[in-house]
Design a protein around this ligand. Structure first.
Ligand code: 13P
Length: 250
């Protein structure tokens, strides 16, 4: 049975002190969130250690938003898996559409990042999804299949216990235009099929998150779908009340 994960990607929002205020609010209000839901937040790199410290012995796990595939080296501005781990991160985002589009990260580079994260003991949350043009051209499945095949090209069946995949249609990110639960479920079913086809039974346990304009008002229906094992929330994760509204949605 896949886990239910409620994740917040804070992107380039919230300084260290603001991040602490946000996580304090989440911790204070987490009581009504069902016990079988895992909470996961991705603060900016400069806030990870402080948020980890604050979340010690709590139900909130903390991840990094990015990593470089090399163990160390002359890569100004980058962050390594070991640096994230020492800061207390347990997860890392890889393949977010903003990294793909704005920082030109291609599938081959993402495959190296996924491998580096797994080798270091970080759980990658691998993001994929089609653009509006691709959806309108009827290419959603082809795009998703290729992102799985290439981006997860270095992953073995044994790695899957430590992998999360997030389907984030690019046209739904930050636009207020959520995929309908039917659209999301259809994509998740296809994605599940790809994982099972490639890795067999191990592919059936990988949590599949939906991301793209998730709000307290649409979370319950998305989370009620059997193939939607959680959500990856951007804008609505930046306030404790809306993040908790999503996390508690039934
Ligand atoms: P929004 O929830 O703001 O649409 O962002 C989704 C996202 O990119 C999460 O990674």
């Amino acid at each position: 049975m896949a886990r239910t994960i409620i994740a917040g990607n804070w992107k380039m929002y919230r300084t260290r002190s603001e991040a602490l205020a946000l996580v304090n609010g989440i911790l204070a209000g987490a009581g009504p969130v069902p016990a079988d839901r895992e909470l996961l937040v991705f603060p900016a790199a400069t806030a990870i250690a402080a948020v980890v410290e604050r979340c010690r012995y709590s139900r909130i796990s903390v991840g990094g938003q990015n990593l470089h595939p090399q163990r160390e080296g002359a890569f100004t501005g980058e962050i390594s898996a070991a640096m994230l781990i020492e800061a207390g991160a347990t997860h890392v985002l890889v393949g977010h559409s903003e990294r793909r589009a704005l920082f030109a990260e291609d599938d081959a580079f993402l495959a190296c990042k996924v491998r580096a994260a797994l080798d270091a003991g970080l759980e990658p949350v691998f993001c994929l999804g089609e653009t509006l043009a691709e959806r309108e051209a009827g290419q959603t499945e082809a795009v998703v299949a290729s992102q799985v095949r290439l981006g997860l090209g270095e992953v073995s069946g044994a790695d899957l216990a430590k992998l999360v995949v997030a389907y984030e249609p690019v046209w739904a990110i930050g636009t207020g235009r959520t995929a309908t639960p039917d659209q999301a479920e259809t994509a998740h079913r296809f994605l599940r099929g790809q994982l099972v086809e490639r890795w067999g039974a191990a592919g059936s346990g990988v949590p599949l998150l939906y991301g793209g304009s998730v709000k307290p008002g649409n979370a319950a229906e998305l989370l009620s779908r059997p193939e939607i094992n959680g959500v990856l929330v951007g804008g609505a994760s930046l306030e404790a009340a809306s993040f908790l509204g999503i996390a508690a949605a039934k």
